[in-house]
Design a protein around this ligand. Structure first.
Ligand code: DC
Length: 227
């Protein structure tokens, strides 16, 4: 029997990646951070001085880019482009500022989505992103949509960036997240929206361990109901 696939969607800072990575380890699933693929494409476009106003250039790059995702020892995804580790580079404010422009181009999305579907075709994955439950894996066995207030999401991202030594203000992080939310929700193809059959979890007042336990409990309960 095919192993289960789990979709975890939601806006930036809702806790998706941290929760999905840990749920993967507790439920013996493989983890794929699809946002890292959009980030990798964006980083490469910046390095190659691609004109972000010209979608053709991004689409051409998406057709040839060689992205490889491996699992790190802590279960996180390590991201390689042409064999070079860019895991840290793709999380900078420069990439944050441009990634929503790249990810609203339908043809560029198509390339990455096909890759994501291929990766998960045999099951056994928990994938996080914006359109996993609606578009990438509409037949996923379990779907979760994580949300949190803008204030809390911005504060979480701000702390992460501070820990990495980024010189940025909370106000700037809030503006950047709010702008990305707007573009991600408003785009025509695969916008950020909860799948009709997704389980909504508001993480505003939850710590990450609570979120992980809730997902694990729900998946286990549903799995038990199927046997
Ligand atoms: O999850 P993240 O913040 O690393 O994602 C970065 C951007 O990538 C996000 O602003 C929108 C885009 N993205 C997307 O459009 N679809 C996905 N499945 C994942 C991410």
């Amino acid at each position: 029997m095919k192993d289960i696939n789990v979709a975890v969607d939601g806006p930036a800072g809702a806790g998706k990646s941290t929760a999905a990575r840990e749920v993967a380890s507790r439920l013996n699933l493989k983890y794929l951070d699809t946002g890292a693929m959009y980030r990798a494409l964006t980083w490469k476009a910046i390095i190659e001085n691609i004109d972000f106003q010209n979608p053709e250039e991004i689409i051409n790059l998406a057709a040839v880019i060689n992205i490889d995702i491996k699992n790190g020892s802590d279960g996180s995804n390590l991201v390689y482009i042409d064999g070079i580790d860019v895991t840290q580079e793709i999380r900078t404010p420069a990439v944050n500022g441009k990634v929503s422009i790249v990810s609203k181009i339908p043809e560029a999305r198509g390339k990455l989505v096909a890759r994501q579907q291929k990766i998960a075709e045999d099951g056994g994955f928990i994938m996080d992103g914006r359109d996993i439950g609606t578009n990438v894996l509409p037949g996923a066995d379990f779907k979760f949509f994580l949300t949190a207030s803008l204030e809390v999401r911005a504060q979480r991202r701000y702390m992460e960036l501070k820990e990495k030594g980024c010189n940025i203000t909370l106000e700037d992080v809030k503006k950047e997240i709010s702008m990305r939310d707007k573009i991600d929700k408003g785009r025509e193809v695969a916008p950020l929206i909860a799948a009709k059959d997704a389980d909504l979890i508001d993480t505003t007042h939850m710590n990450i361990e609570d979120v992980i336990q809730e997902i694990v409990r729900k998946v286990n309960k549903l799995k038990a109901g199927r046997t």
